[in-house]
Design a protein around this ligand. Structure first.
Ligand code: GLA
Length: 397
């Protein structure tokens, strides 16, 4: 982190010739369990990880917001007062700078739409310089890390009084409308509300959040991330399609969202729905149940007892929701048969990463086995690293 802080500051100096007024950071996240439940008003249990995106910022006196990143050469700028027009004409769609400029725009949108109702004409311009060690495209929410780092920087610099649940909505609005990815509220909530050694148990309907102790270290457990390098994008294709199936399923069942169905409703769903929609619905309904069971198990028995719930979640995503890929299945199965107590793909799916909950003494065995299995199948070598549940977005200096 020290290096990343120095690098971000150096880049800020190189771009502006001045010192930044501050440095802010926000983490990526691992979703422990509760996949594709957030946009169905359901439950999720993510945690913030020790991989962060940093933003160095300083004021400008010309009303322009300018953003640069260590990850590319492009510098993007727009007058703050014209962000609305830029978003309306789709100028930030599917663009990395959209996650940063989109947050500035969303702060100015009305509260009822998920914004913060700020008068953007009144705020000063800014230089924002970004650096990150959250892997991109790995399903660890590099996008939310960027949105949330910018969101906490802007609320400080523009002296806004916006609480974190509202900031999470601002990040989601930026991602949905400025960038054009129809994602839910989980990632921003994890990045903003995360706590060391704990997960965020979020009810995505009420947005009530509770911190749930994980106690992985005390239980001698480690979370291993297996980044398959199979690239996914939530702005296109499968994610959007799954969301549409869930909405169709809820409408056919006569409920506002799939959150309103219980496991007991599934026999009726099987009668009413076509096979594919039924399986999409069954994933969401059973996944909500698994989140509640995981929270209860963590509280009553501890982390060592949650493995079977993680395994069952993966099977449901593979067979019912059909968002896994062969690389993710191989990662999960190899980890499970080489000492992990539970494993599942994490995030939106169609690529990205799997997680395995591994007793510390078994970590090398699992890593060697996963590397070997990928080589044997002729898959691109995965990147393996451990993560620890960490604090959410914060001002660094
Ligand atoms: C992506 C989205 C989240 C959530 C997950 C699936 O990470 O950004 O909102 O829908 O997929 O659980």
């Amino acid at each position: 982190m020290t290096d990343l802080r120095d690098d971000t500051r150096d880049l800020f100096r190189a771009l502006t010739g001045a010192e930044p007024v501050g440095l802010w950071s926000a983490p990526g996240r691992v979703n422990l369990i509760g996949e594709h439940t957030d946009y169905n008003d359901g439950f999720v249990l993510p945690f913030a990880i020790d991989r962060r995106t940093l933003v160095a910022a300083g004021a400008r006196d010309d009303g322009v917001i300018r953003v640069a990143s260590a990850l590319g050469d492009e510098v993007v700028e727009a007058p703050v007062a014209e962000l609305g027009a830029l978003v309306a004409e789709g100028g930030l769609q599917h663009h990395w700078a959209g996650y940063a400029l989109g947050v500035a725009w969303a702060l100015g949108e009305p509260v009822e739409r998920g914004g913060a109702g700020l008068d953007l004409v009144a705020v000063p311009g800014l230089d924002l310089v970004i650096d990150s060690n959250v892997p991109i495209g790995a399903g660890l929410s590099s996008s939310a890390a960027l949105e949330c780092a910018v969101a906490v920087a802007l609320t400080d610099l523009w002296r806004l009084d916006v609480d974190r649940p509202r900031l999470a909505r601002v990040g989601r609005l930026a991602e949905n409308e400025a960038v054009g990815a129809p994602t839910g509220i989980m990632d921003q909530s994890a990045s903003l509300l995360g706590r060391r050694d704990a997960a965020v148990f979020l009810d995505c309907r009420s947005l009530d959040a509770e911190v749930v102790d994980l106690g992985f270290a005390a239980a001698g457990l480690t979370v291993l991330v297996i980044d398959t390098h199979v690239k996914h994008s939530h702005a296109t294709g499968g994610y959007r399609e799954r969301r549409a199936s869930c909405e169709a399923g809820a409408a056919a069942m006569g409920v506002p969202s799939l959150r309103d169905l219980e496991v007991d409703d599934l026999p009726r769903a099987r009668e009413l729905l076509d096979d594919v929609t039924f399986r999409r619905v069954r994933h969401v309904v059973t996944e909500n149940r698994r989140v509640l069971d995981t929270v209860r198990t963590l509280r009553l028995e501890g982390a060592a007892a949650i493995g079977p719930l993680l395994d069952a979640s993966h099977v449901s995503m593979r067979d019912d929701f059909e968002i896994s890929v062969p690389e993710l299945d191989l990662a999960v199965e190899t980890a499970q048969s080489n000492g992990a107590i539970g494993a599942r793909m994490t995030g939106g799916g169609f690529g990205g990463a799997a997680i395995a909950l591994v007793p510390e003494g078994e970590l090398s065995r699992v890593k060697v086995a996963v590397d070997g299995a990928f080589a044997e199948h002729g898959f691109t070598a995965p990147t393996l690293f451990t993560v620890t549940p960490s604090e959410g977005a914060t001002r660094e200096t």
